[in-house]
Design a protein. Structure first.
Length: 276
């Protein structure tokens, strides 16, 4: 889907027609984290999610309001059930930052999403420089392909690149200016892997179409639907939902509030354990 001209940074991207995989997950996956999550999702702009019929699809409920407000109260807008979704796996190939960092940002995104690309190019590098490098922040990627077959190809390609420790390089190549306009057919995904420095391209292509890649993407996708997300990008920062490629200050406020909460409550997780 083409990116609108002069997009407002608070807008998440929406699928016009979800892929069969997205539609199937949408139909069978209930909202699994309780009524409080529904409230959180509505307040911060996640698209509403209803599992009412087999042909139910993601709705076009693009947020057009102001940037998400983040309260100075570090406990405001934080949902413990969502906080537990941080994997904190030291061997996670699709994560950056220490497993025991006090703050975990989970990103649900699609490589065909224009706003995801905006976040990846404009905001994420600043967060890495300011918070990941000093050990405050860990970023965990979740593949959330919602724009059809090419989204699925790119998601599996990202996973496959990760198996050779080149996920973030693939991520950067796939989100470069103009990359999504060239599409994500398999030959193009292979070219991106080469650009990313993936050494064994034969293994990459085998992994791309393998069961492990499909299972990993499906797991991430269903987790996203399970918390009520039907738009990209969607984020959780220590259990605080944020929707859309928000301005930098939205993320910095949320990260600093989460770090303060972790400091005062001992909420930072240990490696391999979710924050409590």
């Amino acid at each position: 889907m083409p990116t609108p001209k002069n997009p407002k940074p608070s807008q998440p991207s929406q699928p016009s027609q979800p892929s069969p995989t997205s539609r199937s997950a949408n139909a069978r996956k209930p909202l699994v984290y309780g009524a409080v999550v529904v409230v959180a999702a509505g307040l911060l702009g996640f698209a509403s999610y209803r599992a009412t019929a087999p042909d139910d699809t993601a709705k076009d409920t693009t947020a057009t309001g102001p940037a998400a407000e983040v309260s100075a109260d570090p406990d405001a807008g934080v949902y413990p059930e969502l906080e537990k979704l941080a994997r904190r796996d030291a061997d996670d190939k699709l994560a950056i930052g220490p497993a025991d960092a006090p703050v975990v940002l989970i990103e649900y995104a699609d490589f065909k999403c224009g706003y995801c690309g905006k976040f990846a190019r404009d905001t994420e590098p600043k967060l890495i420089e300011k918070y990941v490098k000093d050990g405050t922040l860990r970023i965990e990627w979740r593949n959330f392909p919602i724009f059809g077959e090419e989204s699925e190809n790119a998601a599996r390609g990202a996973w496959a690149a990760g198996q050779q420790d080149r996920f973030w390089e693939f991520h950067r190549a796939a989100y470069a200016e103009g990359a999504k306009e060239k599409g994500f057919g398999k030959d193009r995904v292979k070219a991106l892997a080469e650009d990313a420095g993936v050494k064994d391209l034969d293994r990459f292509m085998k992994d791309l179409d393998g069961d492990a890649a499909r299972a990993s993407v499906k797991k991430d996708q269903e987790q996203a639907y399970g918390i009520g997300a039907t738009s990209t990008p969607s984020f959780l920062i220590n259990g605080r939902p944020i929707a859309g490629a928000q301005p930098d200050e939205t993320f910095t406020r949320a990260i600093e509030a989460a770090a303060e909460r972790a400091k005062t409550t001992g909420a930072a997780g240990k490696a391999g354990e979710p924050a409590k």
